[in-house]
Design a protein around this ligand. Sequence first.
Ligand code: ATP
Length: 429
Amino acid sequence: MKGAVGAKTWRLEPETEFRLEVDFDQKVTVTLLEGLAEIFGTELALGVPYVFSGRKIAVFTWQGYGTPSVDYVAEETPMTSYLNTHVALDQMRQAAAMQGGNGPRVLLLGPPDVGKTTLAKILLSYAIRQQHQPLYVNLDPTEGSITMPRSLSATSLTHMLDVEEEFGSSATTAASLGSSIIPISYFYGHASPADNTKLYKILTSNLASAVRGKMAQDADARSSGIVIDGPGLVDSVGYEIIAHTMKEFEVNVVIVLGHERLFSDMVKNHSQQSDISVIKLSKSGGVVERDSEYREKLESREIHDYFYGTSRFELSPYSLLVNFDDLAIYQIGQSNMAPSSALPIGMDRHITETQITKIEPSYSLSHSILGLSNAERDEEAHLVSSNLAGFVYVSAVDEIKRKVTILSPAPGRLPKKYLIMGSFKWLEP
Ligand code: ATP
């Protein structure tokens, strides 16, 4: 591969990668001039300038081009082991297609910043390149991926991931408003599964049931299987969630990245189940730890892109003025609650983890991201189990005029009656 970065041209040898970190206030253009190369599994088109901002990426080549590599080019990458994993998954997909059965249900595990999402992209892209249509499930509420941060989602991937937009939250905004089937998302509303474990587990079960429905109807999705990006929790709550996720999604391939103890615990826990494979893969030397400032910027950009799109796919959100009395906003449970099981015997909790509370509009709503529920009634079980049509943003609250200004991807009235609130705020830049 030969490419140009800014004013520089780089040559890559086979199986090496060129790593780039671009700040949010910078733009770097990468153009592939000769050969073949990919970014996290998606091939670059020859001669097309790709623009990156606020991204940490690796341009990888299997084939390479010509003469020796130069600085900043990493020769040690775990890409061969990732490709071998893909080959094994592909064999499972082919067997499933022939027998009409389910393809692999893969769960990616490991602490934060080990490259779980990146590996998910690589495995999904390789599957798509071989004409499969895998389902991508995001159970990491810190990342929006295909919709909005703080939500849990599943989507059927039929096209290659975009090199610049990755999962492309903006591109799915319109689709998610028009379609309640796929991508499907549930608003969890909090950053960590530990904030409301019971709700997190209920939503995971709902998502798994939607995925089962999709797989039952669609033979291609069924044989292609699922790739699940797990949350980065490796404590006791994390283990409880892993066990729950494995049961609900009938996971049969567990991939552990960058955590020895988690790997040996997974091997131990599933040693009796011959139908479950537990694989350990190395963390890439290129995975970058993201500090809280970087993560905040990333989250802010994901939210911005949801409403406004990106430079390639611009969206124009609408500003709606809604009367306090026309809003039905609910909070589900509370964040940071100890689970009911942790309360002293005999003590009852006033608010349970899934109890719904109607929120009276006030200034405290300002800057909240709210989920637009597909629910038709405000009964607890129905509201908790309903998925989302999309999201809106509360840009201003006027307590005197009793009106709320709402930023919505759709014009006219609010497209749904019930709104769900979490502990999720955004300061529009
Ligand atoms: P979390 O659980 O916290 O979401 P994660 O385990 O999913 O993290 P990733 O999001 O995949 O980790 O990776 C962390 C960062 O490292 C990302 O910005 C990603 O683009 C970057 N990264 C991953 N692999 C490479 C690589 N080979 N070269 C350069 N950057 C990389």
